[in-house]
Every structure is written in structure tokens, then in C-alpha cells.
Design a protein around this ligand. Structure first.
Ligand code: COI
Length: 358
């Protein structure tokens, strides 16, 4: 069953930004979706309204105890002008897994899908078409009860906002290029039993101290190591990490500490389909450094909704640069990017059944 929500159209549509200068999360469309939850009533009163600031009580629990979650997904413009989503069912499933961990009420799939598709349809003129661009979709839920009790809220708001975007890393504007990444061996992101697998804001707030350190060392992002020993590679600040050593592509296993990326899952499926050996297993940072030095580290890249495929040319670890091969974009990362972004935008035939037209 699909829902049709009431729409209040904006009286003052905004001027659309230059599609070649979008950056990431700088512009927002004309409308947004809001729905409320009250204990005993469930999710109710979904509606599409003009994009505008919301009012929130200063004592709202989310502002103090951060009971919230978010998702990240994209809509793409195909060569024929259609609009399509990429594996939205995976975002829905991950949302409810996060909700369960954060004590946020579950939502039914039809509400989620109807909210996303109807909002994107209302703002369909905002889906960009320039190479490398898309419409980023940010669904989020937050506890909104006026209370200082450290308990799950009895009231929530579910919202969806949309942002036309280019590359997350400016280095990838107009095509792929490599970034330099800081290997963080002091602070940690997530431990087993924590919230590492959940998409909640606290995971990112706790990571900003390390991102600041990375920026001070002219690095674009952080590569996290495991919490217990600070020795095993986990994920990049915004994305999952892949390491190609000789002919094996290795990525961290899903042990509850890393985000189960939808792009990560898609990359694994594509590599397997192409007959490239891919392993979800623990990998020591010492082995990565050793491989960089002896030349067996062929490629490193990250994958994510925002990051898409971001090749890494250098890993800065314990005061030393470890160049990955020749420091340039590798053929595997390039092929994964071309295929994945091609499927997402309809330029490459979707023989995986991943895209959903709006
Ligand atoms: C996404 O890729 O959708 C994310 O949520 C990463 C974001 C923190 C930039």
C-alpha cells in the first residue's frame, strides 16, 4: 500500500544553484517531509511543506541526550530525464536496525517509501543532471519530548530533506582523484556492543576530534582502527574502506563496529561478479603499511552514499606517509566507480535490479 500525503506548496520557490558548483549539502530544495509520532498513536500526520526552519523546545530531549538517527540515499537523473533511486529498500532496513538500537519506534516500509518518493516527485526539478551530481536525500528521526529523563522519548519527528550535490570530496569534482587519509591510532570510533553499526549522529560527533587532527595534517578524512587494540582497519569517517593487496580486495567484516554501507554491499557484489577475490576479514594496519612498502598494496578506496567511490593515494600513519602504489587512481576503483555511478544514473544497464524509478 502506498500513502499520499497532503502537500503545501511553497509560495516562494528558490533559485536553483549552478549544477557545476554544488559541493555537498550546501543547497536545499523547496520542500520537506514531516511526520509525528506519539506514544499510543504511532506515526501520524505525514505532510509535505515548504522547506523552512523548525521550532524546537530548548528542553527537547534530542538536544541533550542525542536520541536520533539519520539515513543517506540519493535520487539520480537518467539520460532520458527519468528519476531513479538506488536500493532504497536497504536504507529502509538499515533505518529500522538503527531505530531498534536507539530505542526509536520502528516505521513501516510503505510510510518510508511513500514519503521519499512523493517528496522527490514534488521537487523533481531539483534533481541535477551534470556528470557526478545527484539529489542527496536525508531522512532523519529525533526524540522530541520535553524531558530531562535519560529515557527513550514518547514523541518523535521524522523528517526528510533534499540537497542537490556534487562530490563529497572536492578532489573528485569532475572525475576521480586520490585523497590523503589520516590513520587514527589514539581516538576510537566504536567498540563491539556500541553503536558503530547504527547511523546515529553521536558516532559522527565523537569522530570530529580526529577529523580535526586529520585536517591539521592536511588529510581529507580519518581511517579508524579497532577500539580494543588500535591495530585493525575499520572504516573511513564517512565511508567504508577497501584495500587491494596483490589480487585480493579486503574490507572490514560487519562485527557491529562499522556502518553496513549499501555502497559497500554493492561493491562487494560487483567485485564478486567480475571474479575479483573479495574478503570481508580483519586486516592489520601493520600489514597495510608493509604492503605499501613492498609494493603489494595495489589500491585503497572508500565507498559510501556521499563519498560514492573515493580512491586513496596516501595513508598517513604515525607521522609517516605511506603511498598507495603510484598514488594515482587505480583501475579497480575506476571500474567500480564507472559501473556503480553508471547503474545509479541509468548510463549503464542495471542487471543487478538495484534501481527504482520514481
Ligand atoms: C552518507 O554517505 O550518506 C553519509 O551519511 C555520510 C555523511 C556522514 C557525509
Amino acid at each position: 500500500m502506498s500513502y499520499t500525503f497532503p502537500v503545501t506548496h511553497t509560495a516562494t520557490p528558490k533559485e536553483k544553484p549552478d549544477e557545476t558548483q554544488l559541493g555537498f549539502g550546501r543547497y536545499f530544495t523547496d520542500h520537506m517531509f514531516i511526520m509525528d509520532y506519539d506514544e499510543g498513536q504511532g506515526w501520524h500526520d505525514g505532510r509535505i511543506v515548504p522547506y523552512e526552519p523548525i521550532s524546537i523546545d530548548p528542553a527537547s530531549c534530542v538536544l541533550h541526550y542525542a536520541q536520533m538517527m539519520f539515513e543517506g540515499m540519493k535520487a539520480y537523473r537518467t539520460p532520458s530525464g527519468d528519476i531513479q533511486l538506488f536500493r532504497p529498500d536497504m536504507n529502509f532496513e538499515r533505518m529500522n536496525r538503527t531505530n531498534e538500537r536507539m530505542c526509536i519506534p520502528a516505521m513501516e516500509e510503505d510510510i518510508f517509501m511513500s514519503a521519499i518518493t512523493q517528496l522527490v516527485d514534488v521537487d523533481r526539478d531539483w534533481v541535477p543532471s551534470v556528470q557526478g551530481t545527484s539529489l542527496y536525500i536525508r531522512p532523519f528521526i529525533f526524540g522530541d519530548e520535553v524531558s530531562f529523563s535519560v529515557l527513550p522519548a514518547k514523541r518523535y519527528r521524522f523528517m526528510v530533506i533534499l540537497s542537490p550535490v556534487g562530490s563529497y570530496y572536492a578532489a573528485n569534482d569532475g572525475g576521480l582523484s586520490t585523497t590523503r587519509i589520516f590513520v587514527e591510532d589514539e581516538y576510537i570510533r566504536a567498540a563491539v556492543g556500541g553503536t558503530g553499526f547504527a547511523k546515529c549522529g553521536g558516532n559522527y560527533a565523537g569522530g570530529m576530534r580526529a577529523s580535526k587532527k586529520a585536517a591539521e595534517h592536511q588529510c581529507k578524512d580519518v581511517l579508524w582502527l579497532d577500539a580494543a587494540e588500535h591495530r585493525y582497519v575499520e572504516e573511513i569517517g564517512t565511508s567504508n574502506a577497501f584495500f587491494m593487496i596483490n589480487d585480493e580486495v579486503i574490507t572490514a567484516p560487519l562485527m557491529g563496529t562499522i556502518l553496513p554501507g549499501i555502497t559497500r554491499n554493492s561493491v562487494i557484489q560487483l567485485l564478486k561478479k567480475w571474479g575479483i577475490k573479495v574478503s570481508e576479514r580483519r586486516l592489520l594496519i601493520e600489514d597495510v603499511v608493509k604492503a605499501a612498502k613492498d609494493g603489494s598494496l595495489k589500491e585503497v578506496f572508500s565507498s559510501g552514499t556521499a563519498a560514492v567511490i573515493s580512491p586513496i593515494g596516501c595513508l598517513y600513519y604515525k607521522g609517516e606517509d605511506n603511498q598507495v602504489a603510484d598514488g594515482k587512481v587505480g583501475p579497480v576503483a575506476q571500474k567500480v566507480y564507472d559501473t556503480l555511478y553508471g547503474i545509479q544514473t541509468g548510463a549503464v544497464e542495471d542487471d543487478m535490479g538495484w534501481t527504482v524509478k520514481i
